[in-house]
Ligand binder design. Structure first.
Ligand SMILES: Cc1cc2nc3c(=O)[nH]c(=O)nc-3n(C[C@H](O)[C@H](O)[C@H](O)COP(=O)(O)O)c2cc1C
Length: 192
């Protein structure tokens, strides 16, 4: 397949694990949720729900940090903000399961991410957290499913200033070629 020039917001997105100590302004954080708000969703159901804390939020921050696995906690404690992204998987008005809820949340997080990147803020998603702890720490009701935690901040370009890390700042980002996952024939034409 041809090589295309991608929009810089797409080619420039990456997931840092090292952040500067700068705390993101409230207004900028609000703009990220505003971007999420405008994502498409099945039947405009908008099933995304977010719980966030800044590292200046004291006890609320501790409760959010507490749900991460130890390997994520070690670096994510230096982020400016943490966001627990959840879905309202049950439509309580009809008592039916929203089968696109996870997809809808992904679209909202994509909006959130690109709005963030446009402001110089970068995000690392974390599946490594304890759902049961999240439910307990934030009294999350049974129709809501915690899905992912986002660590947000300004990437630190000077790795040596962060003693918790000895990994390269921007690990080499690799992807399968598009012909491994895009095809216009039968499934058997897919060369995985
Ligand atoms: C749903 C999801 C869960 C992830 N979980 C973790 C995690 O627990 N810890 C971590 O350090 N990175 C995690 N990542 C980050 C991925 O490892 C990263 O996005 C991937 O290696 C591609 O790198 P890039 O985002 O810089 O292109 C997760 C990403 C996604 C989308």
């Amino acid at each position: 397949m041809e090589q295309f020039n991608l929009h810089p917001l797409i080619s420039g997105r990456w997931s840092p694990r090292v952040f500067t100590s700068e705390v993101i302004d409230k207004e900028k954080i609000s703009s990220l949720f505003e971007a999420a708000r405008w994502a498409p969703s099945a039947r405009n159901s908008q099933p995304w729900r977010f719980i966030y804390a800044s590292k200046n939020d004291g006890e609320r921050w501790v409760r959010l940090l507490d749900i991460l696995t130890p390997s994520n906690k070690v670096w994510a404690q230096h982020a400016s903000h943490l966001v627990l992204a959840c879905v309202a998987k049950v439509d309580l008005s009809s008592n039916s399961i929203r089968k696109s809820a996870l997809y809808d949340l992904g679209l909202a997080v994509a909006n959130f991410t690109f709005q963030a990147n446009s402001l110089g803020i970068y995000i690392r998603n974390m599946g490594g957290f304890e759902s049961s702890k999240a439910i307990l720490n934030f009294s999350i009701p049974s129709e809501i499913e915690p899905v992912v935690v986002l660590a947000l901040g300004y990437p630190d370009e000077t790795i040596s200033s962060n003693p918790d890390f000895d990994v390269p700042i921007k690990t080499r980002r690799e992807r399968a070629a598009t012909n491994k996952f895009v095809f216009n024939g039968s499934w058997k034409d897919l060369v995985w």
